[in-house]
Design a binder for this molecule. Sequence first.
Ligand SMILES: CC(C)(COP(=O)(O)OP(=O)(O)OC[C@H]1O[C@@H](n2cnc3c(N)ncnc32)[C@H](O)[C@@H]1OP(=O)(O)O)[C@@H](O)C(=O)NCCC(=O)NCCS
Length: 192
Amino acid sequence: MLELSAPTTSLQIKNVGPFDLGRLARLHRSCFEDAWSRSDLAHLLAMPGAFGLIARLFERRRFDLEARRGVGFALCRLAADESELLSLGVLPAYRRRGVAKALLAAAMIRSLHLGVRIMFLEVACDNVGAQRLYESFGFERVGLRPDYYRLPDGRRRPAYTMRCDLIQARRLLERDRQSLPPTPPRAGRLSG
Ligand SMILES: CC(C)(COP(=O)(O)OP(=O)(O)OC[C@H]1O[C@@H](n2cnc3c(N)ncnc32)[C@H](O)[C@@H]1OP(=O)(O)O)[C@@H](O)C(=O)NCCC(=O)NCCS
């Protein structure tokens, strides 16, 4: 179809709901060699303090509104006063458009709202792109875990542990707030 004006896009971050598990498993499989199944994900999200976010992209063209129901996800778990980013991924075709940034910001803001001050994550040592993303939010390397990731063929990959003080990062988050979608409500873990 001939487009007479450039399409405009908007991103929405929503809570993972019970009907999103299949979609979440497909997203995870598109992003990682070591894919987590639907039941792995259901089990993970049923753990105390766990929550999941899905990024949806809407593209408004001249004559219609096209929605991609899921282009990325973030999974987190809170324990005591710490938050752990368990997984983050964006479909290959939608990368470098700020989707991971929006998901990470939403996960950090959610964690802050729930009274958590520190966020940790593990990232493969050779995953330089993800490290850049985390560093831009104030994460710093605090450890090295040899053999942390196990690949389906049995190989192992080392990972860095990274840590972020969310209170210090708040300024960065607020700086970017205008370009971010609204934070999802603090609903229950699988309440959609
Ligand atoms: C890492 C990943 C989540 C980034 O998603 P994304 O939506 O493309 O990231 P964003 O567009 O929000 O990028 C934000 C910033 O992160 C950095 N970044 C992201 N991907 C990068 C790459 N491949 N190379 C270098 N820097 C990168 C850049 O600084 C980027 O800002 P810029 O585009 O203005 O330069 C995505 O590549 C992915 O899903 N990879 C496979 C799964 C994975 O590695 N997850 C992380 C596990 S810890």
